[in-house]
Write a protein that binds this ligand. Structure first.
Ligand code: LMR
Length: 400
């Protein structure tokens, strides 16, 4: 064979997050623990099907809806209900209609469509992400062709947010930079901005002509659905144009249904209508139109006040379990007299804790104890439960 088309290719590295799950699955040790991927699990170690999802799926099975194509922008009514959840039902943005929302393939799909739209249609060429950030942000931006200028966010020496450095770096960005911000539950650090700090960031974005892209993958996992949307609502009140990526993977435990939304906030309804046509053009040449199952479920819950209230309760239950596991881990580390103070775990929010574990310590945890974390030291607190938290704490204490 003389065809050398692929012969010089080298294998791509395993995904830094999803690759951890692969390795975990292959481990035969019964005591193994997966603290890699950000996916919720119960105290029994399973990803639950929420009551509201069960109810919707039962109704859907009964309804036997034909599998014809959805519109390119997604299920009718879905975008409007997503906007109400994100901005509040009586928000000016919802009432004026100056935002365009499309259904996407999870939060990642929202980021991908949004980043492609800003690059190919709006001509932005520079993007900025936090140091550190979720690895896929930079991968998607890089694939689109952006030059990436990161902004500092986390100070490893003090294991805390370095807001001064963040401000300095944001101020230095050129106008028309797409700035990716984590609206709550920062991934991977778990450290969020305060209201005062968000005000400063909004002002920098406005003065500097930057384009904020708010990644909202974990709405409801910090303090609650409305509480967690506070930063987005501050951007909304500022009057500036921005983008929001919403994920329902986490908040509905619908990981494999790939259900999310991209919202582009514009200056007027007329502008939003034009943006919608361009978003549809981006979707059409990528995957044509979205799948329906996850959208039917989410739309059924978002559009019904009773179901919405029940979902909020279920989400609250997940949030509380994560919080109790943060405390259990910190307490256990203190009880063991670990070399490092682990109380920071309780000051971080969302699914993750950035532990400061080195890549070598992470590898030792995997090889010697069957405990799997992301190489940068991020652990997913959802992988902890009342049966394994002591084992995990003891193992971490031993590798420190
Ligand atoms: C994570 O950060 O673990 C999740 O967002 C899952 C993913 O796709 O990386």
């Amino acid at each position: 064979m003389s065809d050398a088309l692929f012969s010089s290719l080298v294998a791509a590295p395993a995904d830094p997050i999803l690759g951890v799950t692969q390795r975990y699955r292959q481990d035969p040790r019964p005591q193994k623990v997966n603290l890699g991927v950000g996916a919720y699990m119960t105290d029994e170690g399973v990803t639950p099907v929420l009551d509201v999802v069960k109810e919707a799926e039962t109704a859907l099975a009964e309804a036997c809806i034909p599998h014809s194509y959805l519109p390119i922008s997604g299920l009718d009514g879905y975008g409007a209900h997503v906007q109400q959840m994100v901005f509040g039902a009586d928000s000016e943005i919802v009432l004026s209609g100056r935002a365009a929302t499309i259904q996407t393939l999870g939060g990642t799909g929202a980021l991908k469509v949004g980043m492609d739209f800003m690059f190919h249609i709006c001509g932005e060429r520079v993007a900025s992400t936090s140091l550190p950030t979720w690895g896929n942000h930079n991968a998607i931006l890089g694939m689109a062709g952006y030059e990436i200028k990161p902004y500092r966010y986390y100070d490893a020496a003090t294991n805390s947010l370095n807001f001064e450095a963040m401000v300095e770096d944001l101020k230095a960005l050129p106008a028309k930079t797409l700035v990716v911000l984590h609206s709550c539950c920062h991934n991977p650090t778990g450290y969020d901005l305060t209201e005062e700090q968000w005000k400063v960031v909004i002002e920098i974005c406005q003065k500097g002509g930057l384009t904020p892209f708010l990644d909202m993958a974990y709405q409801g996992f910090r303090d609650g659905l409305d509480e967690d949307a506070a930063s987005i609502r501050m951007f909304a009140a500022s009057g500036m144009s921005f983008l929001v990526a919403t994920s329902f993977s986490k908040s509905f435990n619908l990981y494999n249904e790939r259900i999310g939304a991209l919202t582009v906030v514009c200056q007027s309804k007329a502008e939003a209508d034009v943006v919608m046509t361009q978003l549809k053009a981006v979707v059409r040449c990528n995957y044509s139109n979205p799948p329906a199952h996850g959208a039917y479920i989410v739309e059924r819950v978002l559009s019904d006040p009773q179901k919405y209230a029940h979902w909020k309760e279920e989400l609250g239950g997940m949030r509380e379990r994560i919080r109790s596991m943060r405390k259990a881990l910190a307490d256990e580390m203190a009880r063991l007299g670990a070399k490092r103070d682990f109380s920071f775990v309780t000051r971080q929010a969302g699914m993750f804790s950035f532990t400061g574990l080195t890549p070598e310590q992470v590898e030792k945890l995997a090889a010697d104890y069957g405990i799997y974390a992301v190489k940068n030291g991020r652990i997913c607190i959802c992988g902890l439960n009342t049966r394994n938290v002591q084992y995990v704490a003891k193992s971490i204490a031993e590798v420190l």
